[in-house]
Design a protein around this ligand. Structure first.
Ligand code: D5M
Ligand code: FE
Ligand code: ZN
Length: 556
């Protein structure tokens, strides 16, 4: 059987361990004898080549064919069934953001379509036209105009990563180091509040005398309700602690619901007559200024933002992944030059009780080998950035360094940038904060439903932006490793905040920062069923870097 489509070429090359540039794939697929062209391209590529390039194929096409390519053609159809079609097809933009069915190839299950959903929910959950002025018209990404028909010479500049602590870890877990990292957190987050309040150190407040106006900045050390239902918040700075009282009938009492232990806030209020407590009039968060104006790319280029691939799990959706990878090879996706993966590449081992029974691959290194095979299906000329998650083979405590040499070697074919969790990635001028998202569980557990929920994970992300810290609460589910500095503080306001972990899709804008939680590529596990997690699977949020418009592609 001839190799008749790009997806089969990709599959055939991946099964031989090669990644391929997109134009190389197109040239092979369009050759008179694709099987021969493929085999010859593999022959002409140097022994140590990881990627089949356009040059290899051109050379192959100019060369006499090698004999008998039939075996490879057989391989190429292995496991793929009807995979020569790309199932994710173009859909029109749906103004209400709902999934679109558009006459594309029949979906595999009745409940899903291969269309798209698009547009932003705003802060209040409504749907509005994009604030940055770019239109959200899915059809533009499929425009087959001559200018757009350029296929395969993606050579995007590598993203520049800031805040990567891989190889920089100094912590040994000593008590002093925890003191140090909290001091750093306080210095940096209080710095963001100092312009707005006139900070009085905790140890000097009492001396101000009863009735004085006071403003102070501290980490939340304790939150208690009093016998009469008011809130007592203890704030701590580098000099000591001071109690602050929020009366239950004040508007600001609602804000107490949003507080997490160890986050940095400021309060303004009045000192009680005995100067022993502050009656709070206002609570201030470090927050993102409403005036924040995001930067954008100066050309039309896109990034796919995904996470939680979970290769090695029986529920990993290999077919959906292949449809996604195949789509990336199509002309419609030619502007998608970046792939950002926000953690949980593999399922890992020993992550939750009973996980063994749901593993498809029991050895974690074998899981990465398989993950690497799936990554090879992605066009070789895309830039990939990945951070670890809690299922990956690095320490659990955050910040998590990027993968070690052994894992990098396994994943080297695509030469991904492997950085720490969290990391700040500059993609063509757009600053993207990537964080796996373990603290989202905590934010969702602690805050009222309307402020953070699994159904609207982006709202939990807004809270992290407001607190300017990706994992404010210490000592809960999110484990924090002490380092010389608090890598988890959000120093610079990002343009885009990308997380995963909760396996739910959600996106929206908070003070002009686009928050995206990217769903997963793993169907519901028995464990997730037992804890009532209903995942959003096989979605790929596609971000226009020049407008910060977003479209979600489904590959279910
Ligand atoms: O996380 C996927 C989702 O499952 C995320 O929201 C956390 C949730 N999860 C994971 N472990 C537990 C436990 N033990 N109890 C409750 N919920 C949990 P992932 O990182 O992919 O496992
Ligand atoms: Fe996950
Ligand atoms: Zn996770």
């Amino acid at each position: 059987m001839p190799l008749e489509s790009s997806s089969r070429v990709v599959q055939a090359l991946a099964s031989r361990g090669y990644n391929a540039e997109r134009e190389a794939v197109t040239l092979i697929a369009e050759a008179d004898a694709p099987g021969v062209a493929l085999e010859t391209a593999v022959e002409v590529a140097p022994d140590d080549a990881l990627v089949i390039t356009t040059d290899h194929v051109r050379e192959a096409l100019a060369t006499e064919p090698v004999p008998d390519p039939s075996a490879l053609d057989e391989d190429a159809t292995d496991d793929r069934g009807t995979a020569d079609g790309v199932s994710a097809s173009e859909g029109s933009a749906a103004g209400d953001g709902s999934p679109v069915t558009d006459g594309s190839p029949a979906p595999q299950t009745p409940s899903v379509s291969s269309g798209t959903e698009s547009t932003y929910p705003t802060d209040d959950g409504g749907r509005v036209p994009d604030e940055t002025g770019g239109s959200i018209d899915e059809s533009t990404t499929g425009d087959p105009s001559p200018e757009n028909s350029r296929v395969g010479d993606r050579s995007p500049p590598a993203p520049v990563v800031a805040n990567d602590m891989t190889g920089e870890s100094t912590g040994t877990g000593e008590y002093d180091e925890f003191v140090g990292v909290f001091r750093d957190r306080y210095e940096r987050l209080s710095g963001q509040l100092r312009g707005r309040v006139n900070h009085r150190p905790a140890d000097s407040i009492e001396a101000m005398g009863g009735g004085a106006d006071v403003e102070t900045i501290g980490l939340v050390n304790d939150i208690r309700s009093t016998a009469s239902g008011h809130w007592l918040i203890e704030l701590e700075d580098t000099t000591g602690t001071f109690p602050c009282l929020v009366m239950k009938d004040r508007d600001i009492a609602d804000l107490v619901d949003e507080l997490l232990l160890d986050e940095c806030i400021a309060v303004s209020g009045t000192l009680a007559d005995d100067a022993g407590i502050v009656f709070v009039d206002a609570i201030h968060f470090p927050d993102v200024p409403r005036t924040h104006r995001p930067s954008t790319a100066d050309r039309h280029v896109q990034a796919a933002l995904i996470s939680d691939v979970h290769v090695g799990s029986q529920e990993f959706l290999a077919d959906a992944w292949s449809r996604f990878a195949d789509w990336l090879h199509t002309e419609e996706a030619e502007r998608v030059e970046y792939l950002l993966i926000a953690g949980d590449m593999v399922e890992g081992v020993g992550v939750y009780p009973g996980q063994d029974e749901e593993l498809d691959i029991v050895d974690i290194y074998d899981q990465y080998e398989r993950f690497s095979e799936h990554l090879k299906q992605v066009p070789g000329d895309m830039e990939i950035v990945m951070i670890p998650g809690n299922h990956d083979a690095v320490r659990l405590a955050e910040p998590q360094p990027g993968f070690d040499e052994e894992l990098r070697e396994i994943m080297s074919a695509h030469d991904p940038q492997i950085v720490s969790n969290p990391a700040v990635v500059d993609v063509e001028g757009v600053s993207i904060l990537m964080y796996h998202g373990v603290s989202l569980d905590e934010v969702i557990a602690e805050l009222p439903e309307e402020k953070a929920s699994y159904d609207e994970p982006h709202k939990a992300m807004y809270q992290l932006l407001k607190k300017r810290h990706v994992a404010p609460q210490f000592g809960g589910k999110t484990r924090v490793a002490p380092e010389e500095r608090d890598y988890l503080a959000i120093d610079e306001v990002p343009d885009v905040f990308h997380t995963g972990h909760v396996h739910k899709l959600g996106w929206g804008k908070y003070h002009n920062v686009l928050a995206v939680n990217s769903g997963c590529w793993q169907a519901q596990t028995d464990f997730q069923k037992s804890v009532n997690i209903d995942p959003d699977v096989a979605h790929a949020p596609i971000l226009d870097l020049d407008t910060l418009d977003m479209t979600v592609r489904k590959f279910v």
